[in-house]
Design a protein around this ligand. Structure first.
Ligand SMILES: [Zn+2]
Length: 448
């Protein structure tokens, strides 16, 4: 900074004055030669101004021991190149056992990354990410099913690259965003049958039965569940025994923060059953991420004790290496945000979208929550047909097209179903797609 100020003095200074100056004075004013290492250092610092710091903290208390989390702050798009770094934070809230949560924690990231085309630059990589998340979730679910285990898990999976945050979720673990000015917004959608009418309709249409538990001579108790199985969630990874209409297709939302940054709070339902998004965000403002995570868990336990596994990750995306996200909440906007985000029953994502864009806090890049695979994978999937071998858009397996499902392969389907408009799927993933849509594999879906 000092050096460039001196340069300006030279260019705008009075030449006569300079001539009259003594030699020593001039040499003192002359910009000194900048060592190469300093220049490199300055370059790196400039890059850091563009790329935010990511600081995080985690806190958890176990009741059943079925919550798992993943923190990977040092991933690289191009292995070995730190300039291509991104971070991953995820929560897996298991049910009916822990194997699905552990399996997803260990395999999901690799499955997502394998679905991103090789050699993509940063922009292409971020654009491909929402589709890769869908492919990775479905692939992980198929692989877990093949193990023959019956447990299930929610997944809230967050990828941070620069100021761009991409969140994919199934189930009811949530990710909220607290931005400068006190705007709190939900980046996930709760896939709970009780609170999501669209999901109830989808599950019913695909062959599931939705109802409450019957006890005490026919009295209905508890939240809406899916039968057989009695699961309260409409989407998850695992749950092989419940039915294929409990799909692993995630809701995906991608936003770009302003360079003022923001704070993410990712937590299992042990937090959200007790705290609203607003209360959770407010309770820890002004604290560094590690303390903030502890405080949110403490706050959730204060009112009703430890009723469920309670896990919280706090991630600050901040413009400089400061310990705490500056907190400047504005009262007016707080009132506004509580109107839109105070309840956990928010299913309509349009409100979130218009709200966030309207206040200019973040830039909305992508949002899609459909449970139909064709709508999520798109038609314009990159495909190399020269070899006569197609790569499956979900599991990346190579297969001759005759064995799988290709674009516009309408004749393979019963007249009642729409022709497939998605990319190539292998035999295995095609079976999965049919099963998720309620077309049982035992039913004749192929007409020859
Ligand atoms: Zn496949």
């Amino acid at each position: 900074m000092v050096i460039s100020a001196r340069s300006e003095q030279w260019s705008f200074g009075n030449v006569d004055t300079l001539i009259n100056m003594s030699r020593t004075e001039v040499s003192r004013m002359k910009p000194p030669l900048v060592p190469f290492a300093t220049l490199i250092g300055r370059e790196l610092r400039n890059e850091k101004v563009e790329k935010p710091f990511v600081k995080f903290g985690q806190a958890a208390l176990a009741k059943k021991g079925e919550d798992y989390f993943l923190i990977k702050p040092d991933c690289e798009r191009v292995p070995g190149n730190p300039a291509t770094s991104f971070s991953v934070f995820a929560i897996f809230d298991g049910h009916n056992g822990i194997s699905a949560a552990i399996f997803a924690k260990e395999n999901l990231l690799a499955n997502i990354l394998s679905a991103i085309p090789q050699g993509a630059n940063r922009e292409e990589w971020l654009q491909a990410l929402p589709r890769a998340l869908v492919a990775g979730f479905v692939k992980t679910d198929i692989e877990f099913q093949q193990k023959g285990e019956t447990s299930g898990t929610t997944v809230t999976f967050v990828v941070i690259d620069g100021w761009t945050v991409t969140v994919a979720s199934v189930g009811d673990s949530r990710c909220i965003l607290d931005t400068q000015g006190g705007i709190v917004s939900l980046l996930t959608v709760d896939h709970r049958l009780e609170e999501n009418v669209e999901e109830r309709e989808r599950v019913t249409a695909s062959g599931g039965e939705v109802g409450r538990l019957n006890v005490f001579g026919g009295n209905e108790v508890g939240p809406l569940r899916c039968w057989p199985g009695g699961l309260c969630l409409s989407r998850s990874i695992g749950d092989t025994d419940v039915g294929e209409f409990i799909v692993p297709i995630p809701h995906v939302k991608q936003v770009k923060l302003s360079n003022a940054g923001g704070r993410l709070i990712i937590a299992s339902d042990g937090i959200w059953d007790t705290l609203s998004s607003d209360v959770a965000a407010k309770s820890c403002r002004g604290l560094p991420a590690d303390l903030a995570a502890k405080l949110v868990v403490k706050e959730a336990l204060r009112s009703r004790g430890l009723k469920d596994d309670t896990t919280c990750l706090v991630v600050d995306i901040i413009p400089s290496d400061m310990p705490v996200l500056p907190s400047t909440p504005m009262k007016k906007q707080n009132v506004l945000s509580s109107l839109f985000f105070g309840k956990r029953t928010l299913n309509s994502t349009n409100k979130t979208t218009s709200k966030l864009s309207a206040v200019g806090v973040v830039e909305e890049l992508f949002e899609e929550g459909s449970a139909i695979l064709a709508e999520r994978l798109g038609k314009d999937f990159p495909m190399d047909t020269s070899s006569g071998i197609f790569k499956c858009a979900v599991c990346q397996v190579d297969q001759p097209p005759a064995e799988g499902l290709t674009l516009n392969s309408g004749p393979f389907f019963s007249p009642a179903s729409k022709p497939w408009e998605g990319p190539f799927l292998c035999t295995n993933c095609r079976k999965k797609k049919d099963a998720m849509e309620g077309k049982r594999t035992s039913k004749p879906t192929v007409i020859t």
